[in-house]
Design a protein around this ligand. Structure first.
Ligand code: NAD
Length: 243
């Protein structure tokens, strides 16, 4: 019997982990739409749709366009995110709101818009990109850790809420991943080479995680092969949290 082509939406898929995930899903035969601020950067055959996950109307319109173009939806990857440094005292309320708007509420909005369509799928799956920082006391990351910790908790709650509808919900917790995000972080360091060496040494494996490694984990969790996997967090972190 011919297998139905899976249809996927990946937020933040114009760069880094999201782009690697969108490519891997597409290479595996899925039809993939990328929702991103920089949709113009998305290479074919991926379908780039401009969206700001911090804006509800933008998300609803983009999910609608994606579902129309793909003919339905099976997989949602909530991956768009922004960084934040500093302690609780360093970040004023508006900065807290900005990061939570993207990292937490972005996933809430996209999920809300996608759920009616996922209910029509026989292989519905949501995967959220969280972070080892949510589970590990990393100095100077209070706001980012709180945003990703909340997304982690939301993953479990959503898994419980939607399990009887046949919608699985999981997350990945990457370690430090070699993406443009880390390049930007290093650009701001006094000594970028020394900072890169420090980040590498922090991982028990002695190297940064690759975007392809995180993408492989996301694609597994999103695939029918993970049909009995829901409410879990998969660490792809070089052992930084577990060891
Ligand atoms: P990246 O900066 O390379 O890519 C992030 C993408 O998200 C970009 O294409 C950007 O345009 C998009 N984006 C940002 N804000 C958006 C918004 N409001 N609406 C729509 N799109 C938006 O970063 P990355 O390293 O690939 O990170 C992807 C995810 O992985 C993020 O959620 C990040 O928190 C998480 N993560 C990254 C690392 C790491 O070390 N790189 C580690 C753990 C978790």
């Amino acid at each position: 019997m011919a297998q139905q082509r899976l249809r996927a939406v990946v937020t933040g898929g114009a760069s880094g982990i999201g782009l690697a995930t969108a490519r891997l899903l597409s290479d595996g035969g899925a039809a993939v739409a990328v929702l991103d601020l920089h949709a113009g950067d998305v290479p074919a055959p991926l379908l780039g749709i401009r969206a700001d996950v911090a804006d509800d109307e933008s998300v609803r319109a983009a999910v609608r366009s994606a579902v129309d173009a793909l003919g339905g939806l099976d997989i949602l990857v909530n991956n768009a995110g922004i960084g934040a440094v500093g302690t609780v005292a360093d970040n004023p309320d508006d900065q807290w709101r900005r990061v939570l708007e993207v990292n937490l509420l972005g996933a809430v909005r996209t999920t809300r818009a996608a759920l009616p369509h996922l209910r029509g799928s026989r292989h519905a799956a949501i995967v959220n990109t969280c972070s080892f920082v949510a589970l590990t006391g990393v100095p100077g990351r209070a706001l980012y850790a709180a945003s990703k910790g909340a997304l982690h908790a939301l993953t479990l709650a959503m898994a419980a809420d939607h399990v009887t509808e046949g919608i699985r919900v999981n997350c990945v917790n990457p370690g430090t991943v070699d993406t443009p995000w880390v390049d930007r972080l290093l650009d701001r360091a006094d000594d970028p080479a020394a900072e890169r060496a420090r980040l590498r040494a922090r991982q028990p494996t002695g190297r940064l995680v690759t975007a392809d490694e995180v993408a492989a984990a996301i694609c597994y969790l999103a695939s029918p092969a993970a049909g009995s996997v829901t409410g879990t967090a998969l660490a792809v972190d070089g052992g930084i949290h577990g060891l």
